[in-house]
Design a protein around this ligand. Structure first.
Ligand code: C5P
Length: 306
């Protein structure tokens, strides 16, 4: 998928190249326990979906890095994960040019959809192309792991099982084409705050995980929706008790397998009926909730025409 929309425009100073970084949903998320380094061991399947941020890169004078974003709640400059990704490669490879990046957010922030991590992975991949570093996906994943637990996933994207703190990824059979609804309340949730409220796993997840993976392998979406789960839901509910309303509303309109997206605050579920999708889109805004209808994609990012 990557490179399909490629339009190589970066042949000299001031030339602009544009990339799209895709959001993810979790098809299950098991929290296995707390580690000595403060992180949690997880077992999750992440799926890229066609909700994206746009990152527009322009080469600039050597040594210079600039990251700008107009969206509220997204830091600019060195505090942004995109800046950190570029700084990591700049220090290691001393490229001949600097980079100026503008981020146009399409993925809601603090939603559990991985927007910041997707942007960071996209920045690694884009810099690899623009600076002609010749790094493999494995090497980019290695750099991604230094930036955040989910960043390695977004280097390749698609359908992947992620373990460890999330950074150990393996490819699965791609999810069958399908329509998913994402509902985002006006508040956001911090991943660190939600994990801090997560309790230790009380029961084994093995049987549940086997069921989800089995349905995924058979490309049986109905079966998958019956087994989808997310261990971080009760932690998020401690911080925002009203999240339960979103789940009940989505389920009442016919969405299947409604679960929290990652660490929240968005919720996601399978929309088998186009009528359900239309009802969600029509009724969500009156409740103050944004509705996004998305489909699976096979990569974490693409280079797009400018
Ligand atoms: O890795 P990342 O920086 O995205 O994680 C943000 C925070 O979420 C971490 O600082 C940690 O508190 C928490 N986290 C965790 N276990 C994970 C992933 C994240 O406790 N597997």
């Amino acid at each position: 998928m990557r490179g399909i929309l490629t339009a190589t425009r970066c042949k000299g100073p001031g030339m602009v190249r544009c990339f799209c970084a895709f959001a993810k949903i979790n098809l299950y998320l098991a929290v296995l326990g707390k580690r000595d380094d403060g992180y949690h061991d997880v077992d999750t399947v992440l799926q890229s979906v066609d909700l994206s941020d746009r990152l527009i890169f322009a080469e600039t004078r050597p040594g210079r890095l600039e990251v700008r974003c107009d969206a509220a709640g997204v830091p600019e400059g060195p505090a942004n994960l995109v800046w950190k990704a570029l700084a990591l490669l700049r220090t290691r490879y001393r490229p001949a040019t600097g980079l100026s990046v503008r981020i146009e957010k399409g993925i809601p922030v603090q939603a559990g959809l991985g927007g910041g991590s997707a942007d960071a992975a996209c920045a690694l991949a884009a810099a690899n192309r623009i600076w002609a570093l010749g790094l493999s996906d494995d090497e980019l994943e290695g750099y991604g792991a230094e930036l955040g637990s989910d960043v390695p996933f977004f280097v390749r994207g698609g359908t992947r099982r992620c373990r460890g703190r999330g950074e150990r990824t393996e490819a699965l059979i791609p999810l069958a084409d399908s329509l998913w609804a994402i509902v985002k309340p006006p508040w956001g949730l911090s991943t660190a705050a939600v994990f801090a409220c997560a309790g230790a796993a009380l029961t084994s997840h093995e049987a549940n995980i086997r069921m989800v993976l089995g349905h995924l392998a058979k490309r049986d979406l109905g079966g998958l929706a019956g087994w989808i789960f997310n261990d971080l839901e009760s932690a998020a509910q401690q911080l925002h008790p009203e999240v339960g309303e979103i789940k009940s509303w989505m389920t009442s309109l016919g969405v299947h397998g409604v679960v929290q997206a990652g660490s929240g605050s968005a919720w996601v579920g399978l929309c088998s009926n186009p009528r359900t999708a239309a009802d969600l889109a029509a009724q969500g805004p009156a409740r103050g909730w944004a509705v996004f209808l998305v489909r699976p994609v096979k990569g974490g990012w693409i280079e797009a025409a400018t």
